[in-house]
Write a protein that binds this ligand. Structure first.
Ligand SMILES: Cc1cc2nc3c(=O)[nH]c(=O)nc-3n(C[C@H](O)[C@H](O)[C@H](O)COP(=O)(O)OP(=O)(O)OC[C@H]3O[C@@H](n4cnc5c(N)ncnc54)[C@H](O)[C@@H]3O)c2cc1C
Length: 414
């Protein structure tokens, strides 16, 4: 039996595409193949279980890859209002917390449930525990080989994600490997939205300490990416939202990189130096190990004193102007040499993937293989932290679904 559409991967993008095709073209048969025993396993973990479903400030500049502009058309065509309309119709209204949108339930599992119900209600055939191991051209369509059986379809959508989240959420990159072996161009993979490993002598002493900081990822004297927010010291390096946010800029870099923390992001160097001079005057009777107490987390203050080669048991009155300059410089630009990341299993998204030059940005269809589509993370598009990646999954899925439901009539290749 030949289906109209086979979707490989029952994650965010695959589920969304399956529902949307059947909504727009109820006569089309759709089969969804998922390797794991259940669909949406990674989606259920998103946003710390709350599912940060999109962001108010979606802009192409917040996306990365060799050709990030590839994402622009889909993001505009299926904007937040378009995605809200899709999710509203399957029972998931959005609410905003600042710039981030969530399901009104604040439960990622409920988003999976509603997608699952919609898939069932719309008559999509779902095959779980069905890992795809091969895709071949067959009689004007495709033969999709799995560990259990072969399936045939006129159109195939690749929605199998990449490596982020690890094997337990089905992310082994197997479909990318199949495509690569078939001659498709791919961009090397790197973990993004991930903790950064640094030299550990300092961070280990501060394990568990959090501080609001400006964070810059630098290489060769240039800032690669920057952000600001609560930064966490860990035994392996640095974590926290701004670290995750800048981490993607490490993708593909061979040169030495550093993370520079600004622990006084609202003050200029001169303002900070004046404040330290006043502090030194007021607190003359203290020892240096308490000099920063009240201004910075105590352990950070003590480590800074040691980093400036000052004695913790010296009196504050012994500080000279040069010492205060050294401390102010450390506070404004505390540098940590990057040694890596905590890897794909801990990352929220994978940079790299199928080269987007081989796909049409309006329909997500492959330019060289008619009726083969790719959506979501498997393409070389990764977004910032904060709802950008799920939004790419929804928008790319809805574009592909629209094109397929219209019988491929909107092909508009350049
Ligand atoms: C811990 C965590 C938290 C996150 N939080 C957020 C967030 O709050 N907001 C946000 O925007 N993004 C978040 N992300 C990123 C987001 O989850 C992904 O961008 C999104 O899930 C990608 O969707 P996808 O459908 O392309 O791939 P996936 O969701 O990865 O789905 C791919 C599916 O394909 C299946 N599959 C793979 N290979 C095969 C095969 N050979 N045969 C059959 N099936 C296969 C997999 O089992 C999987 O179910 C988070 C990611 C993680 C890991």
């Amino acid at each position: 039996m030949k289906e109209d559409v086979i979707i490989i991967g029952g994650g965010a993008a695959g589920l969304c595409a399956a529902v949307a095709i059947r909504q727009k073209a109820p006569g089309m048969s759709v089969r969804l193949l998922e390797a794991l025993p259940r669909v949406g396993k990674k989606l259920a973990m998103t946003g710390n279980g709350r599912c940060n479903i999109t962001n108010r400030h979606i802009r192409p500049e917040r996306y990365h890859g060799r050709h990030p502009d590839f994402a622009a058309y889909a993001l505009e065509k299926y904007d937040n209002a378009g995605c809200e309309a899709f999710f509203g119709a399957i029972g998931v209204p959005f609410v905003y917390e600042g710039e981030k949108a969530y399901p009104a339930s604040f439960q990622a599992a409920s988003v999976v449930d509603c997608l699952r119900f919609a898939v069932q209600e719309s008559g999509v055939t779902v095959c779980t525990e069905t890992k795809v191991t091969g895709i071949q051209l067959s009689g004007g369509g495709y033969k999709v080989i799995t560990e259990k059986a072969a399936f045939y379809a006129d159109r195939v959508i690749l929605a199998a994600g990449l490596l982020s989240g690890g094997d337990s959420v089905g992310c082994d990159g197997s479909i990318l490997q199949l495509m690569k072996a078939a001659g498709f161009k791919t961009v090397p993979l790197f973990p993004a939205i991930v903790q950064i490993k640094t030299e550990t002598d300092v961070v280990r002493q501060l394990k568990g300490v959090k501080i609001e900081a400006g964070v810059r990822l630098c290489a060769g004297g240039k800032t690669l990416r920057e952000d600001r927010g609560e930064t966490l010291f860990c035994d392996y390096g640095l974590s926290g939202p701004p670290i995750l946010q800048v981490s993607g800029a490490l993708a593909g870099r061979n040169e030495p990189c550093t993370v520079c923390l600004d622990l006084a992001p609202d003050q200029s160097f001169e303002e900070l130096l004046s404040a330290l001079e006043r502090r030194a005057t007021h607190l003359q009777n203290r020892l240096l190990d308490e000099f920063f107490t009240g201004m910075l987390p105590k352990r950070i203050g003590q480590v800074l004193i040691k980093q400036a080669s000052l004695g913790l048991h010296e009196p504050v009155s012994a500080l000279r102007e040069g010492d205060l300059r050294k401390l102010a410089a450390l506070i404004k630009k505390w540098s940590f040499r990057v040694t890596g990341t905590t890897g794909f299993a801990n990352s929220q998204v994978t940079a790299g993937g199928l080269d987007t030059t081989e796909f049409d940005p309006k329909t997500m269809m492959c330019k060289s293989s008619a009726n083969l589509y790719a959506i979501g993370e498997i393409l070389d598009i990764d977004g910032d932290c904060g709802g950008f990646n799920l939004r790419w999954a929804w928008s790319s899925a809805l574009c592909a679904a629209e094109h397929i439901a219209a019988g491929g009539r909107y092909a508009d290749f350049k």
